[in-house]
Write a protein that binds this ligand. Structure first.
Ligand code: SIN
Length: 308
């Protein structure tokens, strides 16, 4: 049976919540949350938002008025902040990471290009990412997500059996190389990697992130128990015990399988849109398709567990 014939089984339907309204984005994943002010949210509404995040993998709220303090305060409701592998935060709010591309900036590579889950090369990768749009190009600059739990569900039992027990090697190696080759120097997350071009010695954190870690390829969500594929097209570079030529076709297949359009959703940003996603359950990608236009975003990440 083809995926399109069975999309009715995808299950991206809202639960019956008391305090929030949920409008699913696609059959596969994503939902808009309405009737919530992130800067002034009750505990009851917050716990429904969190539940909706786990259910829909990516959620977004329009028309949120947030400054650094409010974005940090809302984010902190989900847990401790994660280690950020890329930036030192904005003045006064070190957990709020700027992701800005200026109108006159022409670059072959923007932060988040390529399908990825956030910072999986860390021993405890961030669980949740939260992104707030301030300045949005009139066209372009969308973000797209793919549901890696759904993708796992739609593998054959034989393939699931084959994958079980495998460990995926997550490393910043290829992202670092692409940023250096195609990115522009600057103060942002990409610029900081580019600035290391030609460096005789790389800083210890970069060396550690290039070495990376091995995580279970099939991981289980710590709250919902849902199983998903933990693999992406940017940071996954191999499997424990596999030769590179053996791993490459499997990595290619898994990324293509997860990112088939049936399993995705795409967000058209507007200023004051707040999006949240669960890095354990989905992967995402930013586009570099708005040269000549400014895009200003702020991101926080919430600490996660060692994948199990
Ligand atoms: C990210 O990959 O976290 C950034 C996504 C975006 O800028 O749309």
């Amino acid at each position: 049976m083809t995926v399109s014939a069975i999309h009715a089984q995808f299950g991206n339907t809202p639960r019956n919540y008391q305090h929030i309204t949920v409008i699913p984005l696609t059959a596969a994943m994503g939902a808009e949350i309405r009737n919530v002010d992130a800067s002034n949210i009750t505990d009851a509404a917050f716990s429904e938002v969190e539940d909706a995040l786990f259910r829909h993998k990516m959620i977004y709220l329009r028309d949120q008025t947030l400054d650094g303090a409010k974005l940090e305060a809302f984010s902190a409701r989900f847990g401790d902040f994660a280690e950020d592998a890329y930036t030192d935060g904005v003045d006064g709010y070190r957990n709020v990471q700027p992701i800005i591309k200026e109108a006159d900036e022409k670059t072959g590579w923007v932060f988040g290009s390529g399908w990825h889950t956030d910072s999986p090369f860390l021993a405890r990768p961030p669980a949740i990412s939260i992104l707030y749009g301030v300045d949005i190009p009139p066209v372009g600059g969308d973000t797209v997500w793919a549901n890696s739990a759904l993708a796992y569900q739609f593998l054959s039992p034989a393939m699931r059996n084959l994958l079980s027990g495998l460990k995926v090697h997550m490393s910043i190696r290829d992202v670092f190389a692409s940023a250096q080759m195609k990115g522009k120097p600057g103060s942002g997350p990409v610029g900081k990697l580019v600035a290391l071009r030609g460096a005789a010695n790389l800083p210890p954190d970069i060396l550690r992130n290039i070495e990376g870690v091995f995580h279970p390829l099939v991981r289980t969500h710590p709250v919902t128990g849902e199983q998903c594929l933990y693999v992406d097209g940017s940071y996954a570079i191999g499997f424990e015990g596999f030769e590179e030529e053996e791993a490459a076709p499997l990595l290619k297949f898994l990324t293509a399988h997860i990112t088939q359009q049936s399993f995705t959703c795409r967000l058209r940003w507007r200023p004051k849109t707040l999006a949240l996603w669960d890095n354990r359950l989905c992967i995402h990608q930013a586009f570099n398709d708005y040269d000549g236009r400014r895009r200003e975003m702020y991101r926080t990440t919430i600490a996660g567990e060692a994948p199990q």
